[in-house]
Design a binder for this molecule. Sequence first.
Ligand SMILES: C[S@@+](CC[C@H](N)C(=O)[O-])C[C@H]1O[C@@H](n2cnc3c(N)ncnc32)[C@H](O)[C@@H]1O
Length: 291
Amino acid sequence: MSAQPLAVAAPPVEAAQEYPFTDKHFELLRGLVARHAGISLNDTKRQLVYGRLARRIRALGLSGFDAYCDLVKDENSAEIENFINAITTNLTAFFRENHHFECLAQEVVPALLQSNAASRRIRVWSAGCSTGEEPYSIAMTLLEALGNRNGWDVKILATDIDSNVVATAAAGVYAANRQQGVGDARLKRWFTPAGGASGALRVKDEVRELIRFAPLNLMGAWPFKGPFDVIFCRNVVIYFDKPTQGRLFGRYADVLAPHGHLFIGHSETMFGTCDRFELIGRTIYRLAGRP
Ligand SMILES: C[S@@+](CC[C@H](N)C(=O)[O-])C[C@H]1O[C@@H](n2cnc3c(N)ncnc32)[C@H](O)[C@@H]1O
């Protein structure tokens, strides 16, 4: 009697997939994502791409990836927006990387109160704002740090390529499980019940009205010149290759005020991509060469 094999080799992942997904599909799709959004997808993202786009194929009632690729290959296709929305990763949280908000309150705002005393204006950009937790954290921090200094004109621009997350951000309503990181005192001060029994809270109007939300692809033209006092672009460039990061950092330098600060994500660095900034704290940069 021959011995039974202990284990049968697992079938290739693709055999279990609902739609055939070949190298050709993956190459075409990742080329399009890089071209439209600057997002560079390595081979480990293959399953992610399959899973997210299989949902679109199902929703559209298409036969599979051949049909989907034909659709998004067309530059004018209305599906491009959904395609990019499906590919982006939108993980975020209130007061994520809290040392940035501490720096904003304790160092940047006091400096701006002096440098901008004549204009009494503060302009901040949250670039890649996802579902809004970042710009609302900035707004709460600014309101707290400015205290009762009425008469200061404070505006935050919050943009993202993903139109779905921008709509969520603008609504400003967060379920109980999204409120972590805010803390009881801030929940009480800056939020109001959104209605219903779910525990969802809405950001108060006095915070919301500081922010203008808009869809924007960082790889495209920017319909503004700045200058911004502060730019938050955190956990966004991690998806771009180094030359793309360098070009983007250079464009940020162009729209920052001479005293401007740039905050980037915890696993990101400007090292080797752009020399127009100096590092002044943990992932905190200031324009180089200022007096
Ligand atoms: C991981 S989230 C980071 C959110 C927030 N900045 C934070 O740190 O919590 C990255 C965001 O970058 C956005 N993004 C990616 N590529 C972009 C592009 N080319 N233009 C604008 N936004 C982009 C994604 O849609 C996503 O919402």
